[in-house]
Ligand binder design. Structure first.
Ligand code: ADP
Length: 407
């Protein structure tokens, strides 16, 4: 990739946001606003990459505005798919200029504490981090390479899930391992950083009195983690070296005594691949319930194991809230976000009950209505529900990196 000369965004320009996975690529198109913000105008995805690719796009009213299915035999490698996507987007910009693409990149290692304009040298550094996130990083980078091949002139910006946590105190980032191992990169990185950064930005807009507060944010989706945020900065988080640490998730264990893994290797002959499948795909809500990885299904199920899975999840969320409060020397507010956090009143209610000792009191009516503030008026701690928007955060970063690079 050549060095690029990005253009500073003017009002009404367009920015592309890409979140690339193993077989799907989600995208959003944003328009820049005069006030420095961005507004989403198109969302969509290409699914079935590597098998039978399908493209679909919707406007902000969720009305379909584009669709295509690739025929077997039709050229459909990543470069061809991204070339199609760019052409399609450029045909739907009403004359606006597409200035750049911002990518969600799972791992920025210890080095990247901010989003960055991607050059060949940056790409090499990100490639070196693949062993730290083998399930996600290669797909993020494949999309960047394919887009560079299809549109070498388009600036690309990498936004990292780890970057927001890089300012954490060293204690929060360090395992009690021999120093040489820590120095080689075996340390706690934390993830979901783009979501937490969005919440840290949004919270003071909604509740100005909480701008300098100590807040525990619960990002509860099919991947779930929590973050201690003090005055807008990450202080500690539940995910560590990988995104399998911390809370139990849809199919992931969350933290587990590492002695269990040694035991499984010795007594059941499990190797790294078998352990990876166990920890990432067969455990969590699915493993405990034997019913589903989907919180909605579990909440509706009459199976007692489904109820146990929900209870274990809530227990661990409450427990981590206590631990994160300790990392901040106290707690002033709680925020719920992501699929379960934004929409599951029973989970929020149960976590609230478990945190009554901290002075949490959830108002049942507000909670059931998914109100923004769900705590009772007499709750010592305010409890908020704030929808996250990682795509918007990436678009804002992309705009900011362009402004810096073009300045
Ligand atoms: P991710 O982005 O990590 O794939 P999401 O943030 O979309 O995940 O969250 C997915 C989770 O949210 C699933 O467990 C799903 O069951 C849960 N969820 C979505 N809607 C509801 C709801 N109304 N009640 C309970 N859980 C819900």
């Amino acid at each position: 990739m050549d060095m690029l000369s990005p253009t500073r965004a003017a009002s009404g320009d367009a920015l592309l946001v890409i979140n690339a996975g193993s077989s799907s690529l989600k995208f959003s198109v944003f328009r820049t606003r005069d006030d420095g913000g961005v507004t989403a105008v198109i969302n969509g995805q290409i699914s079935g990459i590597g098998t039978e690719p399908k493209f679909e796009a919707k406007d902000t009213h969720k009305t379909p505005i584009g669709a295509k299915a690739w025929e077997p035999g039709e050229k459909a490698d990543r470069t061809a798919l991204l070339s199609f996507l760019l052409d399609w987007i450029e045909g739907h910009l009403d004359g606006a200029r597409l200035l750049a693409a911002g990518h969600r990149v799972v791992h920025g290692g210890a080095g990247f504490s901010h989003p960055v304009l991607i050059t060949d040298a940056v790409l090499d550094e990100l490639e070196a981090l693949v062993p730290l996130a083998p399930l996600h990083q290669p797909h993020n980078l494949a999309a960047i390479r394919a887009l560079a091949e299809a549109h070498p002139e388009l600036p690309q910006i990498a936004c990292f899930d780890t970057a927001f946590h890089r300012g954490q105190p060293w204690q929060a980032q360090t395992f009690a391992l021999p120093r040489e191992m820590t120095e080689s990169g075996i340390r706690r990185y934390g993830f979901h950083g783009l979501s937490y950064e969005y919440i840290a930005r949004r919270l003071p807009q909604i509740a100005p009195d909480l701008a300098d507060a100590r807040v525990v944010v619960c990002h509860l989706g099919s991947g779930a983690s929590m973050c201690a945020i003090h005055a807008g900065k990450s202080v500690d988080s539940t995910m560590g070296f990988t995104a399998v640490d911390g809370l139990p998730m849809g199919t992931r264990t969350g933290c587990i005594d590492p002695g269990v893994l040694i035991y499984l290797m010795r007594s059941r002959g499990m190797d790294a691949d078998a352990l990876e499948k166990l920890l990432y795909n067969k455990s969590g809500l699915l493993g405990v319930s034997g019913v589903s990885n989907d919180m909605r299904v579990l909440l509706e199920s009459a199976d007692p194991h489904a109820a146990e899975a929900v209870e274990l999840f809530c227990f661990r969320v409450a427990k981590e809230a206590g631990a994160l409060a300790s990392s901040m020397g106290g707690i002033d507010a709680i925020v719920f976000t992501a699929g379960i956090g934004e929409r599951s009143a029973p989970v929020r209610a149960r976590v609230g009950e478990k945190l009554a000792w901290l002075g949490v009191s959830i108002d049942a009516g507000r909670n059931d209505a998914n109100d923004a503030r769900i705590s009772a008026d007499d709750s010592r701690l305010p409890v908020w529900v704030i929808p996250t928007d990682e795509e918007q955060m990436i678009a804002l970063h992309t705009r900011a990196v362009l402004a810096l690079a073009g300045a």
